[in-house]
Each structure stands twice: as structure tokens, then as C-alpha cells.
Design a binder for this molecule. Structure first.
Ligand code: DGY
Length: 322
């Protein structure tokens, strides 16, 4: 087989770009700007392997753009931006990068939780604006974490890693909503209480952290009714996918004070941020930083590469999702 042609749709950390270039005939998107839908569609006819990211929309039209791509090796764990059915219909395999983002994403969930609970965003904005008038007993008082209940919506790798940080590091009680009960060892380690009903979990939690995959099955899972089911004065954290939350309803809940705060890392149409959130002081807004540390972004490249190498060598794909 001739050396496969591979396209990286965005720049990767240098070490993994170099490794890809050493192994494959690799083309980089030098500008690092998002590629247009038309350019992505054209790429389907020019490359053997496409390595997109969460910032690309690999929809049915893109997939119909050409017949050369045989593997979509996604640089990331979530794959709701790829039309799996369209890929499957054309015999294109799809892989992702599970496991290597778990700790980094759980760290960002805790960052958001702490920032929202302790009003760190408001404080930083106030200070930088030259408006801090000095220490006083009632200034920017937040909520403590110890003894409070953290409710995880889905209890997979990232949900569990977040719960471990919250429980062992901050003394939080753990509750989770999932389709089935978790591994007994994890339940015992965390004293985790299982809620098969989402609304019951929401009503029992002081902090709720979302860890479901994106896509149609979870679109607007946290809608106005779900927000109303949350405890008065509680907090919502989202490091999963923006489409899981109805942001107009979230803004209402934050404005009315029903929710004390929220922390978000993801949005439905990134890089747009729902404008109704931008003027609110009680929401922490991060620009999709979940996996953003050198070690994790390097490991994501290594995993995407391992899938491409397995494909090139005709071996079973380690992280096949379709
Ligand atoms: C993923 O891999 O799905 C993340 O959202 C990127 O950080």
C-alpha cells in the first residue's frame, strides 16, 4: 500500500504532528482556521484518513463529498459532530480517543464548580475593573462544598473522575443518575447514591454536573422543567456538550435566583456563546477548555494516530465507534 494521505483539519501539538508526518503523507491546515464545509467535502476525495476535531461538522453532505476517505480518526472523545450513519453507509470507519481526556475534563468540571461556588469570576472581574473596595465580611460570599451533594448526570469515566475529586478532595456527597447502577467498588469508594430518575437526582443535589454524550438523544435534556426540578439555590456545571442545556431557560433560572450559579465550558454553536448568558454575573463561562493541557492534547494525537496506524496495517481499530 502507498503511504496513506492524512489530513489534520486543525493544528495539533507539535510532537504529535511530527509523529504523524513521519508515519504518513500528512497535510496540515497551516492557518488553523476552521475549514469550510466545502473544503471538508473536497477533502473526502483527496485523503485516505481524515482527522477532524469537535470544531468540524462532518455531516452527510461532507461525507458525500468524495470516495477516498476510508477512516475518520477523530481527535477527541465526543463524536456527535460526525454523522455516523452516513459514514457507515459509505463503509467509512470512525474512531475516537477515549480515556485520555478523563482527568483533564474532570479537572475543568471542578474548576467550574469551585469558581461558581466561590464567586471567583465575579471577584476577578471586579478587581480588574478597579472596583474592589477592600475586604469586608459580606463581600462576594459563596457556598462551601463540604457535606453538599454533587449529582452527576451520567456516571461514566469523566463523571466518576469528577466525583472522586469532589468526594476525596472536597468532602462532597455523591449522587448519580444513570441507566444502571455503577460498579459496586466505585459505589463503595464514593458512597454514591443511585437515582434511576433524573428529576429525583436534580431535586436532591446542591450541585449538578453533566456528563452525558451530545447528540439528538440528549438535546435539551436540561430544559425549563428540569431546571425547575433543581433545588432552589443550587448550581449547574456543564463540561459535556452545549446542546444538552436549554440556555434561554438556564438564563431565566439564573436571573430569577432559582439557581445560585452555573459553570459552562461548552455551547450549542461554538464559538458563539448564548448572548443571554454574557450579561449575567452568576455564570462562569470558559471556552471549551476541558481537554486543554499539553499532556492530554498530546495523548489525544497519539490515540488518533494509533487508530490510523492500525487501519493502515489492516489491524482491528482500537477505538472504533462506527
Ligand atoms: C472531546 O474530545 O470530545 C472534547 O470535547 C474536546 O475537548
Amino acid at each position: 500500500m502507498a503511504t496513506p494521505r492524512v489530513l489534520l483539519t486543525r493544528r495539533w501539538p507539535e510532537a504529535v504532528e511530527r509523529a504523524m508526518q513521519d508515519r504518513f503523507d500528512t497535510v496540515l491546515n497551516e492557518s488553523d482556521e476552521p475549514m469550510s464545509q466545502a473544503d471538508l467535502a473536497r477533502a473526502m476525495g483527496k485523503f485516505d484518513v481524515l482527522c477532524p476535531t469537535v470544531s468540524d461538522r462532518i455531516d452527510a453532505e461532507v461525507i458525500a463529498g468524495g470516495d477516498r476517505v476510508k477512516l475518520i480518526a477523530n481527535y477527541g472523545v465526543g463524536f456527535d459532530h460526525i454523522d455516523l450513519a452516513a459514514a457507515k453507509a459509505k463503509g467509512i470507519a470512525v474512531t475516537n480517543t477515549p480515556g485520555v481526556l478523563t482527568d483533564a475534563t474532570a479537572d475543568i468540571a471542578m474548576t467550574l464548580l469551585l469558581m461558581a461556588a466561590r464567586r471567583a469570576g465575579d471577584g476577578e472581574r471586579e478587581l480588574r475593573a478597579g472596583k474592589w473596595s477592600g475586604w469586608r465580611p459580606t463581600h462576594l460570599i459563596g457556598s462551601s462544598l463540604k457535606g453538599k451533594t454533587l449529582g452527576l448526570v451520567a456516571f461514566g469515566r469523566i463523571g466518576i473522575a469528577t466525583a472522586q475529586r469532589a468526594h476525596h478532595g472536597f468532602g462532597m456527597k455523591i449522587a448519580y443518575y444513570a441507566r444502571r447502577e455503577a460498579d459496586p467498588a466505585v459505589v463503595q469508594e464514593l458512597g454514591a447514591r443511585f437515582y434511576p430518575d433524573l428529576n429525583e437526582l436534580l431535586a436532591a443535589s446542591d450541585f449538578v454536573s453533566l456528563h452525558v454524550p451530545g447528540g439528538p438523544a440528549t438535546a435539551n435534556l436540561i430544559d425549563a422543567a428540569a431546571l425547575a426540578a433543581m433545588k432552589s439555590g443550587s448550581y449547574l456545571i456543564n463540561t459535556a456538550r452545549g446542546g444538552v442545556v436549554d440556555h434561554a431557560a438556564l438564563a431565566d433560572a439564573l436571573r430569577s435566583g432559582h439557581l445560585a450559579g452555573a459553570g459552562l465550558d461548552v455551547y450549542p454553536h461554538e464559538p458563539q456563546v448564548p448572548p443571554e448568558l454574557l450579561g449575567l454575573e452568576n455564570v462562569v463561562l470558559l471556552p471549551h477548555l476541558g481537554s486543554a493541557n499539553v499532556e492530554t492534547r498530546t495523548a489525544m494525537g497519539e490515540k488518533a494516530m494509533a487508530n490510523a496506524v492500525a487501519w493502515a496495517e489492516g489491524r482491528e481499530l482500537p477505538d472504533r465507534v462506527a
